[in-house]
Design a protein around this ligand. Structure first.
Ligand code: MG
Ligand code: MG
Length: 255
């Protein structure tokens, strides 16, 4: 079932979204050569605790993954793209790091991710990150009443095609609100004019992610970490977005 949110409820989600945006800004600034992934995780934990927010990842136990998740961040480095576990790893020059976080405040959830390059960035890594950001903005632009969900998905696929990156369709965006994952699924490719009609009050997390040279994935033995099957580097960008009567409202926009 798809639950449309009132403007008041969207404002509640915006409060959460602003917090998520602020934390991702801080984590992006912190992610430098020589910093341990665990430092990022612990910084996020302390900010979440101080704010009285609740991590959506902690104790999350979907059908995949070995047991409940016991972190507040997904940190996915280089060929890892989604659900990477914060672990004892010191960031190196040129590492590509996806930072993904979802929390609830007063029962309303926001989910956002960004990819940062640590130290000196390789040109093709910069381009990969840029592609996910351009795709995300194109998808947001399509998130308007009168359009269909397929327009949002197609916008992502079109950008990927322009950059020459293949698109995996197993993991994508999702409805969001009182919980992290609600209906509908928001695929990272689709056909314009297809799928449900977008209505004001629909709130979705849009999250394009691409690997440079494959649309296939592998899981680590931890059951969580998803990597590109060919080891090529990956990037991931995500915002929580509300469809309104007017322009799309990005609830997790960083300042
Ligand atoms: Mg996320
Ligand atoms: Mg998400």
């Amino acid at each position: 079932m798809i639950e449309l949110k009132s403007p008041q409820e969207i404002e509640c989600m915006h409060v959460t979204g602003r917090f998520v945006a602020d934390v991702l800004t801080q984590l992006g600034d912190l992610a430098e050569v020589g910093v341990n992934l665990l430092d990022l995780e612990h910084h996020a934990r302390s900010l979440i605790k101080a704010r009285g927010a609740e991590s959506c990842y902690w104790d999350y136990a979907p059908s995949f993954g070995n047991g409940p998740f016991r972190n507040v961040l997904c940190l996915s480095v280089n060929d890892a793209v989604l659900h990477g576990l914060p672990h004892d790893y010191v960031l190196r020059d040129g590492d590509v790091v996806s930072i993904d976080m979802a929390v609830g405040i007063d029962g309303w959830v926001a989910d956002s991710a960004r990819t940062v390059i640590v130290g000196a960035a390789a040109a093709d890594d910069l381009q990969l990150v840029e592609a996910t950001e351009v795709a995300l903005e194109a998808a947001i632009e399509a998130a308007r009443p009168g359009n269909h969900l397929g327009d949002v998905s197609a916008a992502i696929g079109e950008v990927a095609g322009r950059y020459g990156y293949p698109v995996n369709l197993e993991f994508g965006g999702h409805g969001i609100g009182r919980t992290m994952h609600e209906s509908p699924h928001v695929s990272n490719n689709g056909r314009r004019g297809r799928g449900m009609k977008l209505l004001p009050g629909l709130t979705i997390a849009i999250e394009p992610w691409f690997a440079k040279t494959t649309d296939e994935i592998t899981f680590d033995e931890d059951g969580w970490t998803i990597r590109s099957a060919d080891g090529s580097r990956t990037a991931h960008s995500e915002h929580t977005v509300a469809i309104t009567d007017g322009d799309p409202l990005v609830l997790t926009r960083r300042a």
